[in-house]
Design a protein around this ligand. Structure first.
Ligand SMILES: [Zn+2]
Length: 507
């Protein structure tokens, strides 16, 4: 770089900085027993006399309107004597500040938490689980600002777990608001399991009240999950990854370099328990590829006010369920019986749901905002299905179709890998429906028309045809409540059929 260019760059950078807002948040938990915490937001470089502040309506990864703005209490301006600035609440998640003369303001507010759940903040005397969408107000149109966050850890607690980048002992920074909102924070007397390395990167499980269990066995299996999942794609894109256990409960949310998971190690007693919990952790871990990086076009940049609708949660969620089964099987945590029983359960749920005749897989994704994550919260649950259930079933048929068309040379693994390198690494964007479908057909070297009818229509699935490619059979039995479906391995399978099944289960 020559001298003239260097000077020029400094000049441009300083002009740029002058015209940019800077935003600094501070979080403190002065009284955990009140289930609330305090936030201050200092904004500098304001160029007009009025600005608007908003609280997000939802949390990417949990596709439901959460109305986080309703938890904001006592929002006030911290003003100097000469300030004429005033605040006016426009609706439950919007505040207008007007009369700004000094180019900077600070607002303070409390967040009142109500219930222990993975998609909202929750504070009590033992810990503070802080969801950024439930905490940090943003300026509409200014989501590219790089905010800093200062965390004042209460003296009664020892640790902080977050994916945010640390810049000093108390301060963290996010590149922009998509990163800020992707970085939950857990404060408390947390327990860390020993860190392990996969692909030269540090991985660690850290959590609140994680319970009594065989921690060495659990940690080594978690490492096997990370190794198997990252081998599937062949690239580890983060510097460090943290599994953040938020306490007992249900559900997890995926992020770029961490996941927050409900976790209670006291439940880890039998092999079945390990299979269930590690399936769940494999699912959340695999999401850092599938949905955070391998993603539908519509899922980024995020619209924190209105939500982002896509037809492809069957890929992002459904195939992550299919891959959780595959990862635990290939990692040696699940056996054939557990692997097949997971898929048999999904087939049973799907085939006993009358909604399969009304709603396609693509529609279940698009209408999840109305119907709920399992398709059961809308006005007519009998006419809805869940992409968590039909997604992995169609994933199995798609994988079998690709393997059959290529003599087991290619598989759904190649589709996911190609999607990662072609769209995320090369183009840094998501794929459209037709780009994903074309990618599957490119890998298969054949049309997959019927598979995509299973996605976009309610056409009945031809199990016998696709399962036979891998030497699998579907047996039916009747119980008083429903028809039970059970996948079994055909003892008379040919070498080719066995080879295809072994390709899937990793033998
Ligand atoms: Zn998921």
């Amino acid at each position: 770089m020559n001298r003239f260019f260097l000077l020029f760059t400094i000049l441009i950078n300083s002009l740029y900085a002058f015209s940019q807002n800077s935003i600094h948040y501070s979080i403190s938990v002065p009284s955990p027993k009140t289930n609330s915490y305090e936030v201050s937001m200092a904004i500098k470089g304001i160029e007009s006399d009025t600005i608007t502040l908003k609280m997000p309506q939802w949390h990417p990864g949990y596709y439901q309107i959460m109305s986080y703005g309703k938890d904001v209490k006592n929002l006030n301006l911290v003003t100097g004597k000469k300030s004429t600035a005033q605040v006016e609440q426009a609706n439950f998640n919007t505040w207008n500040i007007f009369g700004i003369t000094s180019g900077e303001i600070t607002v303070k507010y409390q967040i009142q938490t109500h219930r222990e759940f993975v998609a909202n903040s929750y504070v009590d005397k033992n810990r503070a689980y802080i969801i950024p969408e439930n905490t940090f107000l943003y300026i509409p149109g200014k989501l590219n600002i790089s905010p800093t966050v200062e965390i004042d850890l209460p003296e009664i607690w020892s640790s902080i777990a977050t994916g945010l980048q640390k810049t000093s002992s108390k301060t963290y920074q996010a590149e922009d608001y998509d990163i800020l909102y992707d970085s939950p924070i857990l404060l408390g007397n947390l327990e860390s399991l020993p860190a392990f390395e996969v692909g030269g990167k540090k991985h660690q499980f850290i959590g609140y009240n994680i319970g009594e269990f065989d921690k060495e066995l659990f940690n080594s299996r978690l490492k096997d999950v990370v190794q198997t999942a990252s081998d599937l794609i062949g690239d580890i894109p983060y510097e460090e990854y943290t599994f953040i256990g938020i306490g007992a409960g249900r559900g997890g949310i995926e992020h770029l370099n961490n996941t927050t998971v409900s976790f209670d190690g006291n439940q880890l007693k039998t092999e079945k328990d390990y299979n269930r919990v590690l399936n769940f952790l494999a699912h959340e871990y695999y999401h850092h590829y599938n949905v955070k990086r391998i993603r539908p076009f519509e899922l980024g940049p995020f619209d924190y006010e209105n939500g982002n609708r896509t037809h492809m949660l069957w890929v992002s969620e459904g195939l992550s369920v299919y891959y959780e089964y595959i990862i635990t099987k290939r990692a040696g945590i699940a056996n054939d019986e557990m692997f097949l029983s997971n898929l048999s359960h999904d087939i049973t749920e799907l085939e006993n749901n009358p909604g399969k005749n009304y709603q396609s897989l693509a529609e279940s994704s698009f209408y999840t905002w109305r119907d709920g994550p399992m398709g059961t919260s809308g006005s007519d649950p009998e006419k809805a299905i869940s992409y968590y259930i039909k997604g992995p079933v169609v994933g199995l048929l798609l994988d079998l179709a690709i393997r059959n068309a290529t003599e087991n040379e290619k598989s759904l693994d190649d589709v996911m890998r190609l999607a990662y390198f072609r769209f995320y690494k090369d183009k840094n964007r998501g794929f459209t429906d037709s780009e994903f479908n074309s990618l599957c057909e490119e890998v298969a070297g054949a049309a997959l028309t019927e598979i995509f009818e299973y996605v976009y229509t309610t056409k009945a699935l031809n199990y016998d045809k696709y399962l036979s490619y891998g030497g699998l059979k579907l047996e039916k039995s009747e119980s008083s409540e429903k028809t039970i479906y059970q996948l079994t391995i055909d003892n008379n399978a040919s070498d080719r059929q066995k080879e295809i099944l072994n390709g899937i289960v990793g033998e």
